[in-house]
Structure formats: C-alpha cells, structure tokens
Design a protein around this ligand. Structure first.
Ligand SMILES: NC(=O)c1ccc[n+]([C@@H]2O[C@H](COP(=O)([O-])OP(=O)(O)OC[C@H]3O[C@@H](n4cnc5c(N)ncnc54)[C@H](O)[C@@H]3O)[C@@H](O)[C@H]2O)c1
Length: 455
C-alpha cells in the first residue's frame, strides 16, 4: 500500500510496519482499524527562507554554544558573521582561526552593539548576562537570539519584554527544540485529539559523565590577564579571580541557573508550544547533591512537580520533571504527554503515539476484568486502533537548531516577531527558575502564568 507524506513531490513513504497507515497531513488514525502493529510516518520540512537580503551577525559569548549557534546560523542562506565578543582571549583567538582573520573581535559587547553594519546578535554568554545584553542589543536596534534560559532571575523578565516591545525588533530565545518537526507534529496531533484530554506529562534528562555534569576543562593559560574577570562579575558579587567560577559557571548560583534553568527550560518550551500553555501555577522541587561534590552550589539530582491550571487550550494537569547527573542507566531524555485516550513521546526528530484502547495481553488481571465487563454489559468487541504510530523526520532533515535560526532570520528580515519571543521565553524560564526558589527555599511557589506574577 502506498502512503504519501505532506509534500507530494517527495519520495513515497519509506517504511511501514503494517498496512492501513494514516498520513500525518490527513490526521490521526481516528477511524479505528483492527491493527495492533506499529505504523510509521515521515514528517517533512518545506524550506521557508529565501536567499534574499544579507544579514550581518555578531556573536557575543564565543564558547561552546556560541560556536554551535554560529555554525548553524551560517547555514541559513544570506547570513554572515562579522564580529565576535568574548571575555577570554583564547576564545577570541579561536574565533579568528575558525571564522577568518578579518573577524572584528573585542572584550566589550557595547563595541559590537554600536556598529551600524550589524543587524543581529547571538547572545551565548552565561545566564547572569542574558538580561542586560538582551536589553542593550534591542535598545541599539539589533535583532537578538538569546540562549536559554532567557533570564537568570524572575525579576529580570519584564525588562526584556519591555525592550522587545519598545524596539520592535525580533527577539528569540534559544530553545531550539521549539521549532522542530517533532514539536510541530506533536502539536498537530494534540490539537487533533490524538491523546484526548491531557492529564499528566513527564520529562527526564539523564547524564552520567564529568562533562555531562559540567566538569569542563580549564585552559592552562587561564589568568586575570587572559580573562576579563572584572567585566565578568561586574553585575554580581565581587570576588577574586577564580577560573572554576569562570569556566564552570553552571555550578555557581551567581552565574548559572542549575539543572532546571539549564535543562528543564527546554521541556517547558516544548510543552508550552505543543499545548499552547502559559505555564503552571504551582511549583515544588526537591533533590540533592548526590555525587559531583566538587564545590558546586547546585544539586545534581532535581525533581520538579508542577500543577497546570485549566485554560481554553488544555485541561488541568500535572507535570513531573527530573534531571539526574548520576544516572547508571547511561542516559536518556524524553518528554511524555499522557491523555485520556493515548500518550505521546516527543523528541525533536520523532513522535511516538500510543493509543490506550488496546490492552496488554500479558496483563492477565486487566484482561480478566475486561472479559467480566464484556459479559456484564454483553458488549460487542471493538475495532482497536494501531497500538503505536511512529512519526519520524525524513533523511536529510537539517534539525531543530537550523529551523530555529531559520525562523529567527525570517523574523529579522521581515522585522516580525517569532514564536519564542520574550514573553514566551519568560513563561518557559519562569517555572524553571521558580524550581530553584522552591528547592533552595524549601517551599511551594505559586505563580500567575497569565499575568507573569508571583502569588
Ligand atoms: N540551546 C542549547 O541547547 C544550549 C546548549 C548549551 C548551552 N546553552 C546556553 O548557552 C549559553 C552559553 O553556554 P556555553 O555552554 O556555551 O558556555 P561557555 O562557558 O562554553 O561559553 C560562554 C562564553 O561566554 C563568555 N562570556 C562570559 N561573560 C561574557 C560577557 N559578559 N561578554 C562576552 N562574553 C562573555 C565566556 O568567556 C565564554 O567563552 C548559556 O546560557 C547556556 O545555557 C544552550
């Protein structure tokens, strides 16, 4: 049987594990067929950015993610890197080696923002600088792509929203999964009622390595000469030069936002996008520092629980998120949404939909109870839906990161806003930051996700 995908010009469906597969474009298998094998569907992306209008960009924060962001941004047609800023000389030297000797480099991001030839900046500095550089960039008329979480503290969110509003410039937060085919597919399936009413969701990030747990290498030449320490701590507690606090900033609360700000925030962005939510109204967290006792101030195991109130877009439901940096299962990450009629496991590249109308033949208790019920009601046997449908991206998909930059530059070219703008970014960051408030304050935190206010 031939199955088509959303783009008729594309090759036919490659793989199917059963007959009767449905097409994503034509919706969820709503007519129940007597299959219990899995079905698989391809998800495709139509290019949406033309190579018109060159855009000059600059990178502020030329470390790990700054490099990854720039490499991806430069794949979008018409984008050129003209300048880079960093506080460690080694990173600036690396940037020149990598992107060309004519790259303008500086330790002072204001020198970048005052240049007329720069249209947009990537902000990939530690979290404690996100707010100020975002506000300054927007105020100087630049489009800005700021890494997640948008801010370091709840109190900082309003200034970024206001700066975006006043400037009218495109501002996007860097939770790249937001723009993925996986998320878009999950959103469509959710809207079509594939899992019924959302009751519960859960997400998990597991790691088990020193690098995964933020024990990064310290460059051998790190010193107050090669690092602009004073500028680094200009907006926070004054301390003597400490290379650990500079190169392993995630471990310290003055600069980082812990595992929730680093990782939970991605899951909030994805979930909020998929179900059109503004966020939870109750946040509780617990956890501990179980293993990586290297002087860090943040837990390496964190469990967060979130109550979402009923809105027009979704029912009231509970969310449970976990991060474990000491995970002996060797690592996995997922977002699972569980509804009255099924469940979805969502990644940026695929979505697995399971219908819960099927019963597990191994569960003899449930089978016996179902038989009893059938006898009592004289019920007719039903047609069962496919037990599992898998949607996966076709080969050659450039990925969520590319899509996110593509959306951003489309916004910059047309001077329009994007989905993950300052308000969306704040709504995703807030519950992650409140998780820290709950963990460190040993309390339940209440939040108004509509008005963006602590209660
Ligand atoms: N979207 C993602 O998947 C993802 C992944 C990793 C990191 N991130 C985010 O990217 C940001 C950077 O993380 P990273 O892992 O690249 O850290 P990093 O330490 O590798 O890089 C940060 C760089 O910023 C520089 N810097 C610090 N303060 C500065 C300032 N005031 N002006 C200019 N440069 C400054 C540092 O010298 C360093 O080179 C963080 O906000 C992090 O949460 C996002």
């Amino acid at each position: 049987m031939k199955v088509t995908n959303q783009s008729s010009s594309r090759r036919d469906f490659v793989k199917k594990m059963a007959t009767g597969a449905a097409v994503l474009g034509s919706s969820v298998p709503s007519l129940l067929t007597a299959q219990d094998a899995a079905t698989e569907h391809l998800i495709t992306r139509t290019p949406r950015i033309g190579p018109n209008d060159n855009i000059n960009i600059a990178l502020i924060g030329a470390g790990g993610m700054g490099n990854a962001d720039t490499d991806t941004a430069l794949q979008v047609p018409g984008v050129k890197l003209v300048a880079a800023c960093d506080l460690y000389d080694g990173r600036l030297a690396d940037a020149k080696r990598k992107y060309g000797n004519d790259l303008f480099t500086t330790r002072d991001y204001m020198e970048i923002l005052s240049r007329k030839d720069i249209d947009a900046v990537i902000i990939a500095v530690p979290d404690h600088w996100h707010k100020q550089i975002s506000v300054d960039a927007l105020t100087h008329g630049k489009g800005a792509y700021c890494e997640k979480p948008m801010v370091h503290d709840i109190s900082e969110g309003y200034a970024v929203i206001e700066a975006q509003r006043k400037s009218g410039k495109t501002y996007q937060v860097g939770s790249q999964g937001m723009s993925s085919l996986g998320n878009e597919t999950a959103k469509k399936l959710y809207q079509e009622g594939a899992i019924g009413q959302l009751i519960y969701a859960e997400g998990f990030w597991a790691r088990n390595s020193p690098t995964g747990a933020w024990q990064y290498a310290i460059p051998t030449d790190a010193s107050p000469k090669t690092v602009d320490w004073d500028r680094y701590i200009a907006n926070t507690t004054k301390r003597a030069f400490d290379p650990l606090r500079f190169f392993r900033w995630r471990n310290y609360r003055d600069y980082g936002t812990g595992v929730s700000g680093d990782l939970f925030v991605h899951l909030f962005s994805s979930l909020h996008f998929i179900i059109s939510s503004n966020g939870p109204n109750k946040v509780m967290a617990t956890g501990g520092l179980r293993y990586w006792k290297d002087g860090r101030e943040v837990p390496d195991v964190l469990l967060g629980m979130f109550d979402y109130p009923e809105t027009k877009a979704h029912s009231a439901f509970n969310l449970s998120l976990r991060v474990n940096f000491v995970d002996g299962t060797s690592g996995s990450t997922y977002l699972r949404m569980v509804g009255t009629e099924g469940a979805m496991d969502v990644t940026w590249d695929d979505v697995t939909l399971r219908k819960n109308l099927t019963t597990d033949p191994m569960d003899t208790f449930l089978s016996a109870k179902a038989d009893e019920m059938d006898k009592a009601l004289g019920a007719r046997k039903r047609m069962l839906p496919p037990a599992e449908a898998k949607y996966r991206v076709e080969d050659g998909y450039k990925g969520a990161h590319y899509d996110h930059f593509s959306n951003f530059f489309t916004g910059v070219r047309n001077n329009t806003s994007v989905m993950e703008d300052a308000t969306f970014g704040f709504r995703a960051a807030a519950p992650a930051l409140l998780c820290n408030d709950s963990y460190f304050g040993e309390k339940t935190v209440r939040w108004d996700p509509e008005k963006l206010k602590l209660l």
